[in-house]
Design a protein around this ligand. Structure first.
Ligand SMILES: [Zn+2]
Ligand SMILES: [Zn+2]
Length: 756
């Protein structure tokens, strides 16, 4: 029996070899008709034997090309046309223009085989790619995804490359970045004065320089990296001192998973994430005797490890056989450098040499960062390999929502229908460079996904640049979404849960509806609204912003609250080392309320404990004191007391007993590791006690955990175990970061609900 069928395939099906796949499948099943790209994905019309058509659709469903992601396949009968062959038709008009674009894909095995095959015409060609791998989002200037709208437009394909591009039987059929050494981009080596160095082979020379301990700025896929030999303490020290980045860990790149296993423990799941096509930085626990220089990740139990993801990386690590530091090319706090001119300007005092190429990067994208927890990835930084891949939600936006995100680790989100286009990690919106990146990013996303926002969501903090940007937009409704509510909604949406939950929103800073700084929050909320049912007791932040940079101020603030004038009598190192003059100032600030806003922040509580036990008085990057406290924790059971106090319609977590317990341990000379461990246990118990109390009041047994503090896997794990044991259903982040990088998703959904 014959049939005539029209098939709509929705999803990431463009730029991933989908049409040639369909073409071959049609030939195989002796079907006639055509395939083309259209506004929502791929359209197929097909005629032939009914049983063959069924088999054809089944194959599309079950065995699509490796990089394709199918959201939906819809098929229905049509009138027969009488096709006598099967063809790939040119794209439909992109009238409504709404096609997901693939993220960057790590070099595939077939390309790698060619790369290292001396008889192949692309032998050692650092820009080899095909329909299954290579640059995508970073080179796209506009849609549709055709070469003329990418930064490859300036390279005219040679005859051989063009033949591959035109041949449906070829792996490079319509591979937009297709190139070879005759027609494509090439490498150039420059010295620190930006003078070209003539060498017969740039890669060999780069390898030699790296082995000599030089620092090289390498232009990659989404920006510049700074690279040096990670096993050479002298080189790493020089890089660290030149970058003014005193402690923040550098990522490293190793040749393969075996090389990673020589340095760190790698579980099966971690191995899968490491070797997958996204190739993020994976946080892996260091092995004892790990030969990587201590300065790469000081005071850390983990290394951020990635495998090569471009042909250039493969060539360099393969030929040098080095473990490389591969850290973002930037001055600390600025976004990753991606334009050549900018690289020369920003990196001139850091890099000894530059390994550059002439394929322009249109959108900068950092490396993504993932930690594996309980066999699941937690995305800590969502960038290369993820963006601009949309989250497909179980939720439908009525409005086209632009959510502007928060201040630190900013990312924005465009919501339309059941898609959330989360941007790549933009960075800390604290300087002009990052703000420009944010504004350009929003414009770019609106263009390539053809979304004109009808609603804008923003954080309530009046000083955030993202908020100021939102409020300055004209002729568009705007809705402010409370920071911690947005966190919890993000977690709910990605876990596809609706209705009311208990939200535990723990982070450093978020603007509260009462104008104070929140951060240790217990909410009962749904998508639309929240009630703040409990929080950590308020404490002064003596010096405001300064108290965030200098955790000793937080410790002093807590101690002063509890012991008043008797603080100086405490027989602990923290007090002995306390600068008496500064102590007097702090007391005055707190007493008179000068530049001492109050906060319920859990991040500041971790900071305070970190300083109190002697780990860190001053931080050089966000979260450092808390991270080092986590790293120092042993396996001690037991915890400290705390009080839950009902005040009006809220429950406050009173911390005096906790601090008294820590001080008493310090006076008895208990080890830091034990105190750190007991403190983590206590925090988990506080969360459990609060949730039990809230369950009694509300009947809710679902708990969503969100906020930057839950990047702490020790706390997350202890909390999860306790809640789970007590019959709570626990929801955590996996698709968007628990930190402020994931907040835009929740903002978008909450604002869309409130606009109804
Ligand atoms: Zn390939
Ligand atoms: Zn060519």
């Amino acid at each position: 029996m014959n049939a005539s069928i029209k098939i709509d395939v929705k999803g990431i099906v463009q730029g991933v070899g989908f049409r040639p796949f369909v073409y071959h499948l049609a030939k195989r099943y002796e079907l006639f008709g055509y395939v083309c790209n259209n506004t929502s994905g791929v359209l197929i019309e097909i005629e032939g034997q009914k049983s063959n058509i069924d088999a054809f659709i089944e194959k599309i469903r079950t065995a699509p090309p490796p990089q394709a992601v199918i959201f939906e396949i819809a098929s229905h009968d049509i009138e027969p046309v009488g096709y006598d062959n099967f063809v790939i038709r040119p794209s439909d008009d992109h009238k409504e223009k709404f096609v997901p674009i693939s993220p960057e894909i790590a070099t595939c095995q077939e390309c790698l085989t060619e790369l290292f095959d001396p008889s192949d015409r692309r032998y050692r060609y650092p820009f080899i790619n095909c329909t299954n791998c290579g640059p995508r989002f970073t080179i796209v200037k506009d849609i549709p995804y055709d070469r003329q709208f990418t930064t490859m437009a300036s390279f005219k394909m040679c005859r051989m490359c063009q033949n591959e591009y035109d041949d449906p039987d070829n792996r490079r059929f319509h591979a937009q970045p297709n190139a070879c050494s005759v027609c494509g981009p090439g490498l150039t080596l420059l010295n620190s004065k930006m003078e070209k160095i003539d060498v017969p082979d740039v890669i060999s020379e780069v390898c030699r320089l790296l082995k000599d301990g030089e620092i090289i700025a390498i232009k990659g896929l989404g920006g510049y990296h700074l690279a040096c030999d990670a096993l050479n303490p002298d080189a790493v020290f020089r890089l660290r001192s030149r970058k003014y980045r005193d402690y923040k860990p550098f990522a490293i790149m190793v040749k393969d998973i075996e090389a990673a296993k020589r340095l760190c423990y790698v579980s099966e799941k971690e191995g899968k994430v490491l070797t997958g096509s996204i190739r993020p930085i994976v946080l892996l626990r260091k092995k004892p005797g790990c030969p990587v220089a201590e300065d790469v990740a000081p005071h850390q139990k983990y290394h951020g490890v990635m495998l090569p993801y471009t042909p250039l990386h493969h060539l360099i690590v393969e030929e040098s056989d080095l473990v490389l530091v591969m850290t973002s090319g930037n001055m600390s706090s600025e976004p990753i450098v991606y334009h050549d001119e900018q690289a020369f300007d920003r990196l001139k005092n850091i890099a000894d040499f530059y390994c550059i190429h002439n394929r322009e990067i249109h959108i900068r994208t950092d490396d993504s960062v993932i930690r594996v927890w309980r066999d699941n990835g937690i995305v800590l930084r969502r960038a290369r390999g993820f963006a601009p891949f949309p989250l497909v939600l179980n939720y439908k936006f009525q409005e086209n929502v632009l959510a502007c995100g928060a201040e630190l680790k900013n990312s924005f989100c465009l919501g339309r229908d059941n898609f959330a286009f989360m941007s790549h990690h933009i960075g800390d919106l604290e300087n002009l460079e990052t703000l420009m990146s944010f504004e350009e990013g929003i414009a770019h996303f609106q263009r390539i996904f053809n979304i004109s926002p009808t609603l804008v969501a923003y954080d309530l903090h009046p000083d955030y640049l993202a908020t100021k940007y939102a409020l300055a937009l004209e002729d568009i409704p705007k809705i402010g979404v409370q920071h911690h509510h947005a966190h919890i909604v993000s977690c709910m949406v990605e876990n596809e849960i609706e209705g009311e939950v208990i939200g535990v929103s723990f982070d450093g800073t978020g603007y509260g509806t009462d104008g104070t700084i929140w951060g240790g929050e217990f909410l009962i909320c749904n998508y639309r609204q929240f009630k703040r049912v409990g929080h950590l007791e308020y404490t002064s932040l003596p010096g405001g912003e300064k108290a965030i940079k200098e955790p000793w101020r937080m410790a002093a603030s807590y101690l002063y609250n509890i012991y008043h004038e008797d603080v100086l009598d405490l027989d602990i190192d923290f007090v002995k080392k306390l600068d008496r003059r500064k102590w007097e100032t702090i007391k005055k600030m707190i007493d008179k309320g000068i530049n001492s806003p109050v906060t319920s922040s859990s991040g500041r509580l971790f900071d305070a404990v970190s300083a109190l036990v002697g780990i860190r008085n001053k931080v050089y990057y966000e979260g450092q004191a808390a991270i080092e406290l986590e790293m120092s924790a042993g396996r001690e059971e037991g915890g400290y007391p705390f009080d839950l106090k009902d005040i009006e319609d809220k429950v406050l977590v009173m911390l005096e007993p906790l601090f008294k317990g820590i001080v008493s341990d310090l006076e008895r000379g208990v080890e830091t590791g034990s105190i750190a461990s007991r403190f983590h246990n206590t925090m988990a118990r506080i969360i459990l006690s609060m949730c039990l109390k809230l369950k009694k009041i509300s009947g809710l047994d679902r708990v969503a955990l969100s906020g930057g503090v839950f990047q702490n896997s020790l706390l997350l794990d202890k909390t999860y175990v306790l809640l789970h044991k007590n019959d709570f259903k626990v929801y955590t982040h996996h698709k968007v970061p628990p930190n402020d990088g994931g907040i835009a998703l929740g903002q978008a959904v909450a604002a869309n609900e409130q606009a109804k």
